[in-house]
Design a protein around this ligand. Sequence first.
Ligand SMILES: [Fe+2]
Ligand SMILES: [Fe+2]
Length: 231
Amino acid sequence: MSSLIQSALSDFETKNKRLVGRLTNLLDTICASDALHGLFLNTLSMMEHIGSRKIMVTQGRTDMDQPTLKHLADETRHAFFMKRHAETATKRTLAYGSGDVLAHAAARMYFQRLELAMRQSLSGPSAAVYLYMSMIVEFRATWGYGIFQAALKRAGRNLPLKSLLAEEEQHLEDMARRLDRVGALSRDYIDAFTSQETRGFERLLSALEQDSRVAAADSAPREALLSYGTA
Ligand SMILES: [Fe+2]
Ligand SMILES: [Fe+2]
C-alpha cells in the first residue's frame, strides 16, 4: 500500500475514533436480537447492492475492463451474501423497502450525497467518480466491518466476514493504484471526500440509533434493569 494511502487511512482512523463507541453500542444492541440482526444484514445487503449499481452506472455503456468487472462481481456477491444470511436470521424473505431495512432513507442518502459532492468537485469523465467513490466507501467498509466482526464475536454469532473484509481491503488498494495510474490521486481530494463521507456516516449512524425498532430494543433491557433495581 502506498504511503499516501497508509497515512490517509491512519488519519481516517484518528478522526473516527470518537464514533467507535457509538457504533459498538449500536451493533451490540443489533446483534443481541435475531430480528434486528436480520434487518441489519438486509440493510448491508441493500448498501452493497447500491454500491454495485453505482459501479454499473458510472461506466460507459459499451465497455468495462476486467478489474471493474471483478469489482462489480465482488460487490454483487457481497449483497447476495448479506441477503442470504439476513433471510436465514429472519426466516422469511426480505425486501429493500423501509419495512425490512433499518434507517432506510439515510442508508440510501449516504450514497447519493457522497456521489453528488464528488461530481461537483471532479470534472471530467465519471470514471474518476467511480474510483474515488469506491475508494472512500472502502475506507468506511474496512473500518465498519472490522467493528462489526468484533460485535458478532461478542454475541457468539457465526457470520464469516473474513474473506469479505479482505476483498474490501483489496478494492481499496486497487482503486488507489488506478487513481494513481491516471494521475488523479490527490491527498487534498481524499481529505475533502473523507470529511464529506464522515458527515454522511454520522447522519446514517444517528438514523440507525433512532430507528424505532433499534430504539425499542435498546431501551428494553435498561427498563428491565431499572424495574429490577427498584423492586
Ligand atoms: Fe462490498
Ligand atoms: Fe468493495
